[in-house]
Design a protein around this ligand. Structure first.
Ligand SMILES: Cc1cc2nc3c(=O)[nH]c(=O)nc-3n(C[C@H](O)[C@H](O)[C@H](O)COP(=O)(O)OP(=O)(O)OC[C@H]3O[C@@H](n4cnc5c(N)ncnc54)[C@H](O)[C@@H]3O)c2cc1C
Length: 477
């Protein structure tokens, strides 16, 4: 990531310095070599991967090495009313880890250990800074996987817990929330809470673990996570099904699930996005020119199992259903082809970013309502004159739209209409990317005011001084 690339059209970063005395207190907490200021700060920490060009230099980057050090940093920050923004890998796409002017970035880059691995109980206790790639490399040696796959495995466990990340495989495995059994977390007063633990059921007081999951660093900083693991499945197959109409794709998704199929991936890719993916990734999938010409949208289905026979049986069921639902053809992709298509789909974000998209949204609706929602969005795009392309986690009802409308006011109106249409169908603003700073205006405008008031009350309990990631998700009253 480079700041130059993400800063296009960004507001100028405000100057950023710490109040007197704070730097020495931080140095006492974590060691002077782990308090970075001025030119020692890597400009990557000014921003994340969101398309909005949100850029802000922090007054300091602090790199604690333990929970006790995190707590000491937060206590100093609370005493001096200095904002603290947690940073994992900075791959977020909602501006969640963009710091506040005059604030501290608390980087978890030194807290990357696997503290415990229970092979019998299929759980692990990990520090938040470990990336998904490193955790899964460690687990693969034991035939296990942490089945949380947002589009990039460079994400950290702490960041994925804080955003309740999803990704293509959530349709089978569930989102991050389903895999977090407990957390150790530091509140805005510097208190260390141990929530949940390596048990699979619990009916003991409020479920504060799940309150922290998805709270985007605004309630508490996660310093350890106890996560549930799964066995690695050794066999898979990828099916590509072109349909004339995006409505047909959307309609077949609930049918597949209702018929008992358990796909690991159920992605829809519209014609325009697929063309871009094939071109930018130099990919051919064997779809004839005649079929490609008639195709409005594609469905990608990945099946996984412990044996080839299990995958084969499911393949037959799914292929028959796709055929009945009107697929123009059903392509079983060769192993390398399937992997490359999934990789290209995961990298669609970079394609959209390079193409100059002005926003990327990830609204989610009940999956049976996807056809209605897609129709509504086409009509809205036409009415507003903006260009909107879609792909997404169809199995979860989670559609990712890339939006091309450079004018801020017009884009706000277009996005408000798109969000309103989704909410009217029982949807929510973000399925997995979080609200951060980028979607805050829409969240505040469109969510029930009573709900917003409860959010503010909960924030005040965990973070009375308001120092944890202020200005993210919602503003103070
Ligand atoms: C190419 C690409 C594809 C992507 N595809 C998907 C996708 O399919 N699904 C999906 O869900 N996401 C996707 N994302 C978004 C991103 O990967 C996720 O949001 C991820 O969870 C961010 O993790 P991170 O470590 O980079 O967090 P960061 O960006 O560093 O931080 C994200 C938020 O978490 C907070 N935070 C970080 N660490 C902690 C902690 N220890 N305690 C408390 N708060 C903390 C930050 O303050 C911030 O609010 C994609 C991103 C890219 C670049």
């Amino acid at each position: 990531m480079s700041v130059q690339a993400t800063a296009q059209g960004a507001r100028a970063a405000e100057p950023s310095t710490l109040p007197a005395g704070v730097r020495s207190e931080l140095a006492e907490a974590v060691g002077a070599e782990h308090v970075l200021v001025g030119v020692a700060i890597n400009p990557d920490t000014f921003t994340d991967e969101s398309l909005h060009g949100l850029v802000q230099a922090p007054a300091a980057v602090v790199r604690p090495g333990s929970t006790a050090e995190v707590a000491a940093v937060v206590r100093t920050a609370a005493r001096h009313r200095v904002p603290v923004t947690a940073r994992g890998a900075g791959t977020g796409v909602s501006g969640g880890c963009v710091p506040s002017a005059g604030g501290i970035v608390l980087s978890f880059e030194r807290m990357t250990a696997v503290l415990d691995l229970d092979l019998a109980g299929h759980t692990a206790v990990v520090q938040p800074g470990i990336t998904l790639a490193d955790l899964n490399a460690h687990l693969a040696r034991h035939g296990l996987v942490y089945p949380v796959f947002p589009g990039t495995d460079a994400s950290s466990v702490g960041g994925t817990v804080a955003t309740n990340a999803g990704g293509m495989r959530a349709v089978r495995h569930g989102v991050t929330r389903s895999h977090v059994l407990g957390v150790e977390a530091v509140t805005g007063t510097g208190e260390v809470l141990r929530l949940g633990g390596a048990v699979v059921k619990r009916s003991t007081g409020y479920d504060l673990t799940q309150l922290v999951v998805g709270s985007e660093g605004t309630l508490a900083l996660v310093t350890e996570a106890t996560v549930r693991l799964s066995p690695l499945l050794g066999h898979s197959a990828t099916i590509l099904a072109p349909f004339v109409d995006v409505d047909e794709v959307a309609a077949v998704v609930p049918q597949l699930i209702a018929a008992g199929a358990r796909p690991s991936v159920l992605e829809y890719i519209d014609r325009g996005t697929m063309k871009g993916l094939l071109r930018t990734n130099d990919l051919t999938l064997g779809v004839s020119a005649e079929v490609a010409e008639r195709t409005g949208a594609y469905l990608v289905v990945v099946l996984e199992g412990r044996s080839a026979a299990e995958v084969e049986a499911e393949l037959e069921l799914v292929a028959a259903l796709l055929d009945e639902a009107g697929a123009l053809d059903t392509y079983i992709l060769l192993e390398g082809q399937g992997d490359r298509l999934l990789e290209a789909r995961e990298n669609a974000f970079w394609m959209v970013k390079a193409a100059g998209a002005d926003d990327l949204i990830d609204l989610v609706v009940p999956r049976a309502r996807i056809p209605e929602y897609l129709r509504a969005v086409s009509a809205i795009a036409e009415e507003h004159g903006g260009r909107v392309f879609g792909c997404g986690h169809a199995g979860d009802g989670n559609i990712h739209f890339s939006v091309y409308e450079p004018d801020n006011e017009r884009r706000h109106a277009l996005l408000t209409a798109i969000y309103q249409a989704g909410l009217a169908l029982g949807g929510v603003i973000s399925g997995e990317h979080g609200i951060g700073a980028a979607k805050k205006p829409y969240f505040q405008e469109l969510v029930d005011p009573a709900l917003l008031a409860v959010h503010r009350q909960i924030k005040a309990v965990f973070d009375p001084a308001g120092v944890l990631n202020p200005g993210k998700v919602f503003d103070p009253a």
